[in-house]
Design a protein around this ligand. Sequence first.
Ligand code: PRP
Length: 242
Amino acid sequence: MFTPDFYLPELDLYIELTTLRQKLITEKNRKIRKIRELHPEIHIKLLNKSDYYKLLAKYGYGPLGGSKVEGINKVLFSHTQIQRRVISLAKRISQDYQDRNLVLVGVLKGVICFISDLMQHISIPVNVEFMAISYYGTDKEQAVKITKDLDASIAGRDVLMVEDIVDTGMTLNYLLNHLYAHNPASLKVCALLDKRIRRLVDIPIDYIGFEIPDEFIVGYGLDYHGEYRNLPFIGVLNPEIF
Ligand code: PRP
Protein backbone atom coordinates (compact mmCIF):
# COMPACT_ATOMS: atom_id res chain seq x y z
CA MET A 1 0.00 0.00 0.00
CA PHE A 2 1.37 3.40 -0.97
CA THR A 3 -0.46 6.73 -0.80
CA PRO A 4 1.57 9.76 -1.91
CA ASP A 5 1.03 12.94 0.12
CA PHE A 6 0.14 15.30 -2.72
CA TYR A 7 -0.97 15.36 -6.32
CA LEU A 8 -0.07 18.49 -8.31
CA PRO A 9 -2.58 18.52 -11.20
CA GLU A 10 -0.80 21.22 -13.22
CA LEU A 11 2.35 19.10 -13.31
CA ASP A 12 0.58 15.73 -13.28
CA LEU A 13 2.93 14.81 -10.47
CA TYR A 14 2.57 12.87 -7.24
CA ILE A 15 4.74 13.96 -4.32
CA GLU A 16 5.76 11.77 -1.43
CA LEU A 17 7.25 13.76 1.43
CA THR A 18 9.62 12.24 3.89
CA THR A 19 11.21 13.68 6.98
CA LEU A 20 13.26 10.53 7.55
CA ARG A 21 17.04 10.68 7.46
CA GLN A 22 18.68 9.76 4.18
CA LYS A 23 19.81 6.32 5.31
CA LEU A 24 16.32 5.44 6.49
CA ILE A 25 14.49 6.17 3.26
CA THR A 26 15.69 3.11 1.34
CA GLU A 27 12.33 1.40 1.79
CA LYS A 28 10.45 4.41 0.39
CA ASN A 29 12.79 4.60 -2.54
CA ARG A 30 12.20 0.92 -3.23
CA LYS A 31 8.42 1.44 -3.25
CA ILE A 32 8.70 4.40 -5.59
CA ARG A 33 10.90 2.40 -7.99
CA LYS A 34 8.31 -0.38 -7.92
CA ILE A 35 5.45 2.02 -8.72
CA ARG A 36 7.43 3.42 -11.64
CA GLU A 37 8.03 -0.09 -12.96
CA LEU A 38 4.41 -1.14 -12.63
CA HIS A 39 2.90 2.18 -13.79
CA PRO A 40 5.40 4.04 -15.98
CA GLU A 41 2.63 6.55 -16.85
CA ILE A 42 2.54 7.78 -13.22
CA HIS A 43 4.93 10.61 -12.37
CA ILE A 44 6.07 10.58 -8.78
CA LYS A 45 8.86 12.27 -6.82
CA LEU A 46 10.21 11.78 -3.35
CA LEU A 47 10.98 15.02 -1.53
CA ASN A 48 13.28 14.69 1.45
CA LYS A 49 13.40 17.00 4.45
CA SER A 50 15.91 19.49 3.06
CA ASP A 51 14.07 19.76 -0.32
CA TYR A 52 10.90 20.35 1.62
CA TYR A 53 12.41 23.17 3.71
CA LYS A 54 13.92 24.76 0.62
CA LEU A 55 10.52 24.84 -1.04
CA LEU A 56 8.88 26.30 2.06
CA ALA A 57 11.56 28.98 2.34
CA LYS A 58 11.33 29.85 -1.34
CA TYR A 59 7.63 30.64 -1.01
CA GLY A 60 7.97 32.43 2.29
CA TYR A 61 6.87 29.84 4.80
CA GLY A 62 9.05 29.53 7.85
CA PRO A 63 11.27 28.32 9.17
CA LEU A 64 13.90 29.86 6.93
CA GLY A 65 16.37 27.74 8.96
CA GLY A 66 17.68 24.97 6.70
CA SER A 67 17.88 26.98 3.51
CA LYS A 68 17.99 30.51 4.75
CA VAL A 69 17.68 33.46 2.37
CA GLU A 70 20.77 35.40 3.30
CA GLY A 71 20.01 38.65 5.11
CA ILE A 72 16.34 37.96 5.79
CA ASN A 73 15.37 37.76 9.43
CA LYS A 74 11.75 36.75 9.12
CA VAL A 75 8.91 36.48 6.68
CA LEU A 76 6.35 39.25 7.10
CA PHE A 77 3.92 38.12 4.40
CA SER A 78 4.09 34.80 2.60
CA HIS A 79 3.48 34.45 -1.11
CA THR A 80 0.00 33.03 -0.39
CA GLN A 81 -0.93 35.84 2.02
CA ILE A 82 0.12 38.42 -0.58
CA GLN A 83 -1.82 36.71 -3.36
CA ARG A 84 -4.99 36.52 -1.23
CA ARG A 85 -4.79 40.21 -0.39
CA VAL A 86 -4.04 41.22 -3.99
CA ILE A 87 -7.04 39.21 -5.23
CA SER A 88 -9.35 40.91 -2.72
CA LEU A 89 -8.04 44.38 -3.67
CA ALA A 90 -8.52 43.56 -7.36
CA LYS A 91 -12.10 42.46 -6.67
CA ARG A 92 -12.95 45.74 -4.91
CA ILE A 93 -11.30 47.76 -7.66
CA SER A 94 -13.20 45.83 -10.35
CA GLN A 95 -16.50 46.57 -8.59
CA ASP A 96 -15.74 50.22 -7.88
CA TYR A 97 -14.63 50.96 -11.45
CA GLN A 98 -17.35 49.02 -13.25
CA ASP A 99 -18.19 50.80 -16.57
CA ARG A 100 -15.43 53.36 -16.00
CA ASN A 101 -12.32 54.15 -17.99
CA LEU A 102 -9.58 52.85 -15.67
CA VAL A 103 -5.88 53.54 -16.09
CA LEU A 104 -3.42 52.01 -13.62
CA VAL A 105 -0.30 54.10 -13.15
CA GLY A 106 2.69 52.34 -11.58
CA VAL A 107 5.96 53.88 -10.46
CA LEU A 108 9.03 51.78 -11.29
CA LYS A 109 10.66 49.71 -10.05
CA GLY A 110 9.30 48.51 -6.72
CA VAL A 111 5.75 48.17 -8.04
CA ILE A 112 6.47 45.56 -10.71
CA CYS A 113 5.32 42.43 -8.84
CA PHE A 114 2.29 44.09 -7.28
CA ILE A 115 0.94 45.79 -10.40
CA SER A 116 1.52 42.68 -12.45
CA ASP A 117 -0.48 40.46 -10.06
CA LEU A 118 -3.12 43.13 -9.42
CA MET A 119 -3.94 43.78 -13.07
CA GLN A 120 -4.27 40.06 -13.77
CA HIS A 121 -7.03 39.81 -11.17
CA ILE A 122 -8.93 42.94 -12.23
CA SER A 123 -11.91 41.76 -14.21
CA ILE A 124 -12.75 44.98 -16.09
CA PRO A 125 -10.76 46.43 -19.03
CA VAL A 126 -7.75 48.49 -17.87
CA ASN A 127 -4.88 50.41 -19.39
CA VAL A 128 -1.48 50.38 -17.70
CA GLU A 129 1.05 53.19 -17.65
CA PHE A 130 4.44 53.38 -15.98
CA MET A 131 6.44 56.28 -14.64
CA ALA A 132 10.00 56.33 -13.35
CA ILE A 133 11.52 58.79 -10.91
CA SER A 134 14.82 59.60 -9.30
CA TYR A 135 15.64 61.60 -6.21
CA TYR A 136 18.16 64.38 -5.99
CA GLY A 137 19.65 66.21 -3.05
CA THR A 138 20.94 64.29 -0.07
CA ASP A 139 17.58 63.07 1.05
CA LYS A 140 14.52 61.68 -0.66
CA GLU A 141 12.51 64.49 0.89
CA GLN A 142 14.36 67.13 -1.07
CA ALA A 143 13.26 66.62 -4.64
CA VAL A 144 11.72 64.10 -6.95
CA LYS A 145 12.56 64.15 -10.64
CA ILE A 146 10.45 62.35 -13.22
CA THR A 147 12.76 60.38 -15.50
CA LYS A 148 9.95 58.65 -17.43
CA ASP A 149 6.54 60.24 -17.80
CA LEU A 150 3.23 58.76 -18.97
CA ASP A 151 3.06 57.59 -22.58
CA ALA A 152 -0.67 58.25 -23.01
CA SER A 153 -2.94 61.09 -21.97
CA ILE A 154 -4.95 60.60 -18.77
CA ALA A 155 -7.21 63.62 -19.31
CA GLY A 156 -10.82 62.68 -18.54
CA ARG A 157 -9.86 59.14 -17.44
CA ASP A 158 -10.14 57.41 -14.07
CA VAL A 159 -6.61 57.01 -12.76
CA LEU A 160 -5.55 54.64 -10.03
CA MET A 161 -2.02 55.27 -8.87
CA VAL A 162 -0.47 51.95 -7.79
CA GLU A 163 2.41 51.93 -5.31
CA ASP A 164 4.30 49.11 -3.63
CA ILE A 165 4.90 51.09 -0.44
CA VAL A 166 4.00 54.47 1.01
CA ASP A 167 6.53 55.55 3.59
CA THR A 168 6.92 59.30 4.22
CA GLY A 169 4.34 59.99 1.50
CA MET A 170 6.64 62.54 -0.17
CA THR A 171 6.92 60.64 -3.44
CA LEU A 172 3.20 60.06 -3.70
CA ASN A 173 2.44 63.68 -2.86
CA TYR A 174 4.69 64.86 -5.68
CA LEU A 175 3.32 62.36 -8.17
CA LEU A 176 -0.33 63.00 -7.36
CA ASN A 177 0.18 66.73 -7.91
CA HIS A 178 1.85 65.92 -11.23
CA LEU A 179 -1.04 63.69 -12.29
CA TYR A 180 -3.74 66.15 -11.17
CA ALA A 181 -2.23 68.69 -13.53
CA HIS A 182 -3.14 66.33 -16.41
CA ASN A 183 -6.88 66.64 -15.57
CA PRO A 184 -7.93 63.05 -14.90
CA ALA A 185 -11.65 62.42 -14.28
CA SER A 186 -10.68 60.91 -10.92
CA LEU A 187 -7.46 60.05 -9.11
CA LYS A 188 -7.15 57.45 -6.37
CA VAL A 189 -4.34 55.50 -4.74
CA CYS A 190 -3.78 51.80 -4.20
CA ALA A 191 -0.75 50.81 -2.10
CA LEU A 192 0.22 47.29 -1.16
CA LEU A 193 2.12 48.38 1.95
CA ASP A 194 1.41 51.31 4.23
CA LYS A 195 4.20 52.25 6.65
CA ARG A 196 1.93 54.78 8.31
CA ILE A 197 4.16 55.28 11.32
CA ARG A 198 6.70 57.11 9.12
CA ARG A 199 4.24 59.40 7.34
CA LEU A 200 5.23 63.05 6.87
CA VAL A 201 2.61 64.05 4.32
CA ASP A 202 -0.90 62.89 5.08
CA ILE A 203 -2.28 61.44 1.87
CA PRO A 204 -5.49 59.42 1.80
CA ILE A 205 -4.91 55.93 0.44
CA ASP A 206 -8.04 54.41 -1.03
CA TYR A 207 -6.93 50.78 -1.24
CA ILE A 208 -4.39 49.38 1.22
CA GLY A 209 -2.93 45.88 1.19
CA PHE A 210 -1.25 45.73 4.59
CA GLU A 211 -0.19 48.23 7.23
CA ILE A 212 3.38 47.43 8.22
CA PRO A 213 5.71 48.20 11.13
CA ASP A 214 8.75 50.45 10.85
CA GLU A 215 11.15 47.76 9.61
CA PHE A 216 13.27 47.49 6.50
CA ILE A 217 11.40 45.15 4.25
CA VAL A 218 12.36 43.54 0.96
CA GLY A 219 10.97 41.11 -1.58
CA TYR A 220 8.02 41.05 -3.98
CA GLY A 221 9.52 44.01 -5.87
CA LEU A 222 11.08 45.83 -2.92
CA ASP A 223 14.85 46.02 -2.86
CA TYR A 224 17.91 46.76 -0.83
CA HIS A 225 20.60 48.18 -3.13
CA GLY A 226 18.85 46.56 -6.09
CA GLU A 227 18.71 43.09 -4.55
CA TYR A 228 15.91 40.92 -3.16
CA ARG A 229 13.23 42.19 -5.58
CA ASN A 230 12.74 38.68 -6.93
CA LEU A 231 11.74 37.05 -3.62
CA PRO A 232 8.13 35.84 -3.92
CA PHE A 233 7.44 36.86 -0.30
CA ILE A 234 7.97 40.00 1.80
CA GLY A 235 10.60 39.65 4.49
CA VAL A 236 12.33 41.78 7.08
CA LEU A 237 15.96 42.59 6.35
CA ASN A 238 18.46 41.86 9.05
CA PRO A 239 19.47 45.28 10.53
CA GLU A 240 23.14 44.20 10.42
CA ILE A 241 22.95 44.46 6.63
CA PHE A 242 21.97 48.13 6.36
C1 PRP B 1 9.73 53.42 -2.92
C2 PRP B 1 8.28 53.26 -3.33
C3 PRP B 1 7.76 54.65 -3.40
C4 PRP B 1 8.64 55.42 -2.44
C5 PRP B 1 7.86 55.70 -1.19
O1 PRP B 1 10.52 53.61 -4.03
O2 PRP B 1 8.16 52.59 -4.57
O3 PRP B 1 7.83 55.20 -4.70
O4 PRP B 1 9.76 54.58 -2.09
O5 PRP B 1 8.65 56.41 -0.27
P1 PRP B 1 8.14 57.76 0.41
O6 PRP B 1 6.70 57.52 0.82
O7 PRP B 1 9.05 57.94 1.59
O8 PRP B 1 8.27 58.86 -0.58
P2 PRP B 1 12.12 53.48 -3.98
O9 PRP B 1 12.72 54.81 -3.73
O10 PRP B 1 12.50 52.41 -3.01
O11 PRP B 1 12.49 53.05 -5.46
P3 PRP B 1 12.12 51.70 -6.27
O12 PRP B 1 10.62 51.70 -6.43
O13 PRP B 1 12.81 51.81 -7.59
O14 PRP B 1 12.59 50.52 -5.45
